[in-house]
Design a protein around this ligand. Structure first.
Ligand SMILES: NC(=O)c1ccc[n+]([C@@H]2O[C@H](COP(=O)([O-])OP(=O)(O)OC[C@H]3O[C@@H](n4cnc5c(N)ncnc54)[C@H](OP(=O)(O)O)[C@@H]3O)[C@@H](O)[C@H]2O)c1
Length: 324
């Protein structure tokens, strides 16, 4: 395994991280809880030290599975969770970054994670109803209490990162980025390089599209996490993506690696990327993905891939963080 430093922190994170959404079980087809625990554990045993989760993933279940899989090796792992998406009794989710809510959420997460601190505490989504100054006050208290070691943000644009940095230092940006979603290359890369903020790309396999397992006739069910995703819901765009995937598969076959390994190593080719959090509840997939850490793409292959992925639509912002 290789490691990179996460922004201005002393966290040396494995270049392949573990994404904990799937093991929450809501929105994804996953096996029994024991299999999810095994998936997390096999990531650890293969050298992964960075584990990303969130309270909302399975309404607490993902954090609990991470704890069950890792509590005996807690000091050897970096646990990252999030704050700011809360739910009611009917499991309707909303954004909330009010001070009292943030202070309550950290205690709930620590209880579920069976730990006294998290290494990285990330704002999950901006909350237009709450001034960032108020949220930062709560996060500052959490740092002072030792309940979190570092603060990161997720789904923030440049203006929002500038604003929160006036109140509290941030070490990372978690944001969607994959071969089929290149928006952040336009301006965000320059900003994070300048401010030494580590990028953690989410949906690195574009929710399965970059594994080859999603075919042209894929049907999105009501309980499918992909139902909010333009790369799937816009059916013409989806078909164009399938065509791109076919071309990428030819490249990966020629190199003797899987498509998902190609997709992960392409992300790691960018120095701004510090850890790629691949989501999987399947121990075999986890192991296969981790071997991508050892793959280095030749400049010619990188250029060939970029030619396949040059269409302007791949640089559109698929997940705007502010209301239109
Ligand atoms: N901050 C945010 O707002 C945000 C949003 C979305 C996601 N995230 C984080 O990012 C992580 C990853 O993103 P994601 O969940 O959207 O999707 P992803 O990692 O792009 O793709 C996950 C999908 O790929 C499949 N998969 C993984 N490896 C595979 C392999 N080798 N062969 C075949 N299928 C494979 C998984 O199924 P199996 O389980 O069967 O392997 C799952 O269906 C999440 O777990 C979460 O931690 C954060």
């Amino acid at each position: 395994m290789k490691f990179r430093r996460l922004g201005k922190s002393d966290l040396e994170v494995s270049v392949i991280g573990y994404g904990g959404w799937e093991i929450g079980g809501v929105g994804w087809k996953v096996g029994a809880e024991e299999e999810s625990i095994e998936a997390v554990r096999s990531a650890f045993e293969s050298g992964v030290n960075f584990f990303d989760t969130a309270p909302v993933y399975g309404f607490g279940r993902s954090e609990e599975v991470v704890a069950d899989a890792l509590s005996d090796v807690r000091k050897d792992v970096i646990i990252a969770t999030k704050v700011g998406l809360i739910w009611d009794d009917a499991k309707r989710v909303k954004r909330c970054l009010r001070k009292e809510s943030v202070l309550r959420e950290i205690d709930d997460s620590l209880r579920r994670l069976k730990t006294d601190h998290v290494d990285l505490y990330q704002i999950h989504w901006p909350d237009p109803e709450t001034p960032l100054e108020e949220t930062a006050e709560a996060l500052q208290r959490i740092l002072e209490q030792g309940k979190a070691r570092y603060i990161g943000v997720s789904n923030f644009d440049i203006g929002q990162m500038e604003e929160i940095s006036e109140y509290i230092p941030i070490v990372s940006l978690q944001i969607s980025y994959s071969m089929l979603n290149r928006y952040i290359e336009r301006e965000i890369f320059d900003y994070v390089r300048k401010h030494d903020i580590g990028v953690i790309p989410y949906s690195p396999l574009e929710r399965g599209l970059l594994t080859g397992k999603i075919t042209r006739d894929y049907v999105i069910g009501d309980d499918d996490a992909r139902k909010y995703d333009r790369n799937f819901m816009d059916r013409e765009r989806f078909q164009r993506n399938i065509e791109r995937v076919e071309k990428l598969k030819e490249v990966s076959a020629r190199l003797g690696i899987s498509l998902s390994q190609l997709a992960i190593s392409w992300l790691l080719h960018h120095p701004e990327i510090r850890t790629v959090i691949v989501g999987s509840a399947n121990p075999e997939h986890v192991k296969q993905n981790i071997s991508a850490a050892e793959i280095e793409l030749d400049p010619d292959v990188f250029a060939e891939i970029n030619d396949i992925l040059s269409d302007e639509e791949l640089f559109e912002n698929l997940y705007p963080t502010r209301p239109a």
